[in-house]
Ligand binder design. Sequence first.
Ligand SMILES: C[S@@+](CC[C@H](N)C(=O)[O-])C[C@H]1O[C@@H](n2cnc3c(N)ncnc32)[C@H](O)[C@@H]1O
Length: 239
Amino acid sequence: MARPYQLYVDQTYKFVSDVVRGCARVLEVGCGRGDVARLLGREGISVTAIDLKLVDSRPSPGVKFVEADFLRFEDAPFDAVIFTSSLHHIHPLQAAIDRAHRLLAPGGTLVAEEFDLDAPRPLTARWYYDMQELLAAADLYPAERVDPPSNDDPRMRWLDAHVHTPPLATGRQMLTAIASRFAIRDTTRCPYLFRYLCNGLPDDERGGKIAAHVLMTEQRRITSAALDAVGLRIVAMSQ
Ligand SMILES: C[S@@+](CC[C@H](N)C(=O)[O-])C[C@H]1O[C@@H](n2cnc3c(N)ncnc32)[C@H](O)[C@@H]1O
């Protein structure tokens, strides 16, 4: 059974690797701990993984880690540029899309695995906070990670917990910015809330079982339209 962090990485890797299969040179933007880049590098893809602040740049086959601001990053053209939960953070958003376009070879692919800040309606936010609070009550999730119940309305609680300077981009804003420069080939809504819980669950097999269960529940509820899908996956082609 995978640990929570491994489940998080595997879900991203499965999606991204399917899209970039056959690419020779790939850029991952906002690589965090770099584990998606490491898995892609092991497939024989030449990966450049950049982040404003690298937290783990241990060498790995096929991967070059670069600590840099994507908005100023220059390199030879890539076959694919991947954003892994990073595009919604980069400000200004349009500058990030223009930079991705500039760094891609003609016909290259933009891949984004993001979340849509606007997606959760009250029932979805309620479910998410019920999960957080239940796990915290069972000492399986740090109480300090539970978003403050500042508001009776769970959607407002969610929005309050995501106030950021500069503001995070919403799904609609990301799609509009991408469409201004790229031909969008595919947009998929998928589970994402489990990822927040993965980041706080015990980093062991029991935590992994809980994370897998939360993911399964989130997916099942999305399928039955009982929950809004918060994850947003976008594939677009450079024109
Ligand atoms: C939410 S974290 C996601 C990290 C990792 N991809 C993951 O899924 O766990 C967003 C990452 O984007 C990085 N980031 C934000 N703005 C950036 C920029 N302008 N250039 C490079 N990286 C950036 C942050 O430093 C952070 O590591």
